[in-house]
Design a protein around this ligand. Structure first.
Ligand code: NDP
Length: 526
């Protein structure tokens, strides 16, 4: 049940309230603005009992929701789209307060959600409508085969703090469109914009009671897993393992969207202006707190110096800070109080081991959790900043002999979420096809996320399952096969009683159908 308050707050940034909420499990958690450290709201933490009650309540309404059909459900989700479009400024204010984002990066999330609602609303019949299947064998010719896609009754969504609307709602929308009821557990750091949305669903839109959220820390997430029929998790691979372990106790299926360490390869025939600008945006967008952030860049030797100069100039010119509604900054705060520490540790370790920061390289002065947009060179594959997810405004650049070396280094990671290749289109595509990732962008960065027509997900330790495309809604459904015998006698030849004559007939028929040569079809040996 949603239970938060979003005070109207002008400044703020998010920072920790100084307590280890995961172990102390307080009843109430303050939400802090990372740009200022000031409180901007608070949430009441759900107990295992209230979580179970919320799931049970939405479960009650699910059958009726499913019975509405794709069109009926799109009607209500369309109203949610309209509410988002009508309240963009208000939602963006809250997202900025709880997340420390710059204005330009709040609207991206909301546009994506409106598009996603329309995408699944208009394609649901195609993706999860009844299928009629032709039997593969003449022995089944009298059977009519159909597949019906029925939703898991209640889907639990556990979402992170970096895109509090796009990830929480983004995974709920296809589940709702599929006919499931949904309960979201947002990050304790950024719950407020979601609380506003759920309130609108219930009170302003007056939609069916099949959509809610529960509040709290990791313990809340664990309790949610115990109560739902499917878990969609987005977060770190560390937590993803815990989610999967807990879900295994109830044999609850999971889909995990985890971290990345995305590489970008710049070939010598690339448009270097575009490549450098793309690297700056792909690495610094949302302060680098993006699963698909560009974190490692490999540049063919002839292009290296020029590329690095262009990238450093672009990154060095970015404006960092809070911009209210002014659209006057590019880089905001680090949203999670712990994350800035992770970034700082990785960069400090790299600098101590011989890396150079061509721009940035440290925490920004002044209030708020800001890390300077950073370009690191002279890095080594053994450094943490090259091996672990950084999830901050930091890119590393490595000079490589040729594309084969770039490919080898790019694939040398336990992650496999996304990648980019810049260069002449055919050559870049052929290299992209050999990358070990869920999605590769040729002459672009991160754009695969809004190309929701195609699947988005991670290979290796970046995840299990995919969102977007047909798969992104089908995963919330269980296929129910319907096999109808159109005509038949008193009994089938393979039913009781077994007799030599009947079994002989079955055997001869099976040979006639399955053999691929005349002799065997006629019952002879080959
Ligand atoms: P976390 O894994 O720390 O948390 C994700 C969510 O899980 C939060 O709601 C968190 O709650 C909750 N949680 C924490 N512990 C548990 C537990 N034991 N059981 C169940 N739920 C739990 O991730 P972050 O919030 O730090 O997000 C950053 C990570 O998300 C990065 O690794 C990033 O790459 C990844 N990510 C992946 C994306 C993808 O599509 N592949 C997209 C965006 C981000 P609380 O916050 O309250 O502790």
């Amino acid at each position: 049940m949603e239970s938060g308050t979003a005070e109207t707050s002008t400044a703020k940034t998010k920072a920790s309230n100084g307590t280890d909420t995961a172990t102390q499990a307080p009843d109430r958690i303050e939400v802090l603005n990372p740009a200022s450290g000031e409180a901007c709201g608070s949430i009441d933490v759900d107990t295992p009992e209230t979580i179970a009650a919320t799931v049970a309540r939405v479960r009650t309404g699910q059958a009726e929701w499913e019975a509405l059909g794709n069109k009926g459900r799109y009607h209500w989700l369309g109203k949610l789209r309209d509410w988002i479009l009508d309240n963009t400024d208000q939602i963006a204010d809250t997202m900025q307060a709880e997340g420390g984002k710059v204005r330009g990066e709040t609207s991206t999330e909301l546009i994506y959600l409106a598009d996603l609602i329309n995408f699944y609303g208009s394609k649901a019949d195609k993706f999860i409508g009844d299928e009629t299947v032709r039997p593969h064998s003449p022995l089944l010719a009298s059977r009519k085969l159909k597949v019906q896609y029925r939703p898991y009754p209640v889907v639990g969504v556990i979402s992170p703090w970096n895109f509090p609307m796009a990830l929480a709602l983004g995974d709920a929308i296809p589940a709702l469109q599929a006919g499931a009821a949904v309960v979201i557990k947002p990050s304790e750091f950024t719950p407020l914009s979601l609380i506003e949305t759920i309130r609108a669903w219930k009170e302003e839109i007056g939609a069916p009671d099949v959509f809610d959220c529960v509040m709290g820390t990791g313990e809340t997430g664990q309790a949610l897993i115990d109560n739902v029929d499917f878990i969609q998790f987005t977060g770190s691979d560390r937590t993803g393992r815990k989610v999967m372990a807990r879900a295994s106790e109830t044999l609850t299926p999971v889909s995990l969207e985890l971290g990345g360490k995305d590489p970008m390869i710049v070939l010598s025939d690339a448009n270097l202006d575009r490549a450098a600008n793309a690297a700056a945006w792909g690495g610094m967008f949302n302060s680098g707190q993006v699963c698909l952030s560009i974190e490692r860049i490999y540049v063919e030797e002839p292009a290296y110096d020029e590329f690095v100069a262009k990238l450093t100039k672009e990154v060095g010119g970015l404006r960092q800070g809070q911009d209210g509604r002014a659209y006057s900054c590019e880089v905001g705060a680090m949203t999670s109080p712990n994350q800035i520490g992770v970034v700082e540790e990785q960069v400090d370790e790299a600098l101590a081991a011989g890396a150079r920061a061509l721009t940035g390289g440290k925490r920004a002065d002044g209030p708020g959790d800001y890390f300077e947009p950073t370009v690191l060179v002279d890095v080594d594959p053994s450094m943490k900043v090259m091996r672990d997810e950084t999830f901050g405004p930091v890119v590393t650049v490595t000079k490589v002999r040729d594309s084969e070396e770039a490919l080898r280094l790019a694939n040398d990671t336990r992650y496999g979420l996304g990648a980019s290749v810049f260069g002449e289109r055919t050559r870049a595509e052929s290299i992209g096809r050999r990358m070990e990732v869920g999605a590769v962008n040729v002459n672009d960065v991160i754009v695969n996320y809004v190309a929701m027509d195609v699947p988005m997900g991670g290979w290796k330790e970046s995840g299990i399952g995919f969102r977007h495309g047909e798969y992104g809604i089908k995963k919330y459904c269980r296929p129910e096969s319907i096999v109808i015998t159109r005509m038949g006698g008193k009994r089938e030849p393979n039913w009781f009683p077994y007799t030599k004559v009947r079994q002989g007939l079955v055997g001869r028929l099976a040979k006639a159908v399955n053999a691929r040569d005349i002799r065997r079809r006629l019952g002879k040996r080959g």
